[in-house]
Design a protein around this ligand. Structure first.
Ligand SMILES: *Cc1c(COP(=O)(O)O)cnc(C)c1O
Length: 388
């Protein structure tokens, strides 16, 4: 199979690195290779690149440079936020209660589960509606004086639903409870302004917005104290020891700057394609349901469940037809269990096993979408014929 002819419709799993991002990264692999902690000028050169990258990110998020901590990925940012807050809140004020939405990425949910099973925290799941949304009122009902941290995903990776982060943020701020949001999917399309979001901790990861894989950042509001995840040298204000990955950090800053500057244009380009996909699929294929919110969703995100269809077989058939899609979270491929996210918003196992996620990106064209719409109904009906 010629990969050039394959159509990539899985931008929520990862994105290619933007050529403009590659360009700014390259010198930091060779010419400017110093360690930013060194006193000499090899070190100084890259130290200033590091601090410029931090400043660029701070400017796009309307925060202070010292509020941005570089990590190795979105997952690590989520871990640092959750573990760091949980352990510190317990130490400082005896707080033992964790409050998360039931549709979090595994980087949050599995971390919270481990904090509960291994470290004795009390884990409670927030209510969600059938679109996977949690309201500020839902959070208000569950908040307790001993809540260590609240974590709610900004834009859901599996079902695309957006959460009212600013409302939840204002509520938590008024009660003095730490609030984290996983903005890894949101960063490509939505504001990351920390003041309008009123959020204490925000996770991002570069490879979801045309930056390199293996680099992320965590916004930590000034004055908030969290326990470092990784100890050693005093890099990253002591929150995350280890020599920084300068080329990737420089690349992430450029990617975030570009993506945030171009997000309205990308939204304008992709939203009509998204809505055309959703409308056509609902019209042309029987026994199908949209998952996630019809309007309050990422502009590049389409997700469905098909009754009586094996989701993995569907992905393989689509791949053979030249279309790369996903069944939800990339990490779940090959796993015959239905997605936790889909079952937690009320879908039965039977339906949830037939999930499909189609995510668009900056290289998606209208003709690719037409081609996909030609193929999908045929593939679904063939699979239904052979299913027991
Ligand atoms: C991809 C993703 C992550 C994990 O980010 P990595 O950089 O791949 O570790 C976390 N949360 C969400 C919502 C994601 O989409």
């Amino acid at each position: 199979m010629n990969q050039d002819k394959q159509v990539y419709l899985d931008y929520a799993a990862t994105t290619p690195v933007d050529a403009r991002v590659m360009q700014v990264m390259l010198p930091y692999f060779s010419e400017s290779f110093g360690n930013p902690s060194s006193i000499h000028r090899f070190g100084q050169t890259v130290e200033s690149a590091l601090e410029n990258a931090r400043l660029t990110i701070a400017q796009t998020m309307d925060c202070l440079p010292e509020e941005i901590i570089f990590t190795s990925c979105g997952t690590e940012s989520d871990n640092l936020a959750l573990r760091g807050s949980a352990f510190l809140a317990r130490k400082e004020r005896g707080a033992n209660h964790l409050l998360i939405s039931p549709v979090e990425h595994h980087a949050i949910s599995r971390t919270a589960e481990q904090l509960a099973s291994l470290h004795g925290f009390e884990l409670e799941y927030l209510p969600v509606d059938s679109f996977g949304r949690t309201s500020a009122e839902d959070v208000a009902c569950c908040l307790r004086p001993d809540t260590a941290i609240v974590s709610v995903i900004y834009a859901n990776n599996e079902i695309g639903t957006l959460n009212p982060i600013a409302n939840i943020g204002r509520l938590c701020r008024s009660r003095g409870i730490t609030f984290h949001t996983d903005a890894v999917q949101a960063a490509g399309y939505l504001t990351l302004n920390v003041n309008s979001l009123t959020t204490d901790l925000i996770s991002i990861g570069a490879h979801k917005f045309y930056g390199p894989k293996g680099i992320g950042a965590l916004y930590i509001r000034k004055g908030l104290n969290i326990l470092p995840s990784q100890t050693g040298g005093n890099q990253e204000y002591g929150y995350r020891a280890g020599t920084q990955n300068i080329p990737y950090i420089v690349g992430m800053a450029e990617a975030l700057h570009l993506t945030q500057a171009e997000k309205e244009d990308r939204t304008e380009l992709l939203k009509p394609l998204r809505d055309h996909l959703i409308g056509s699929i609902l019209e042309e294929i029987p026994d199908v349901q949209l998952t996630g919110h019809p309007e309050e969703r990422l502009p590049n995100h389409v997700s469905f469940i098909f009754k009586g269809v094996d989701g993995n077989a569907l992905l393989m058939m689509l791949d053979m037809e030249g279309f790369a899609c996903s069944s939800g979270s990339a990490c779940k491929t090959g796993n015959p269990e239905p997605s936790d996210v889909l079952t937690s918003i009320g879908f039965t196992r039977d339906w949830a096993l037939g999930s499909l996620r189609v995510t668009l990106g900056m290289y998606t064209t209208a003709s690719e979408i037409e081609g996909f719409l030609q193929v999908l109904p045929k593939v679904v009906s063939e699979l239904r014929k052979i299913s027991p």
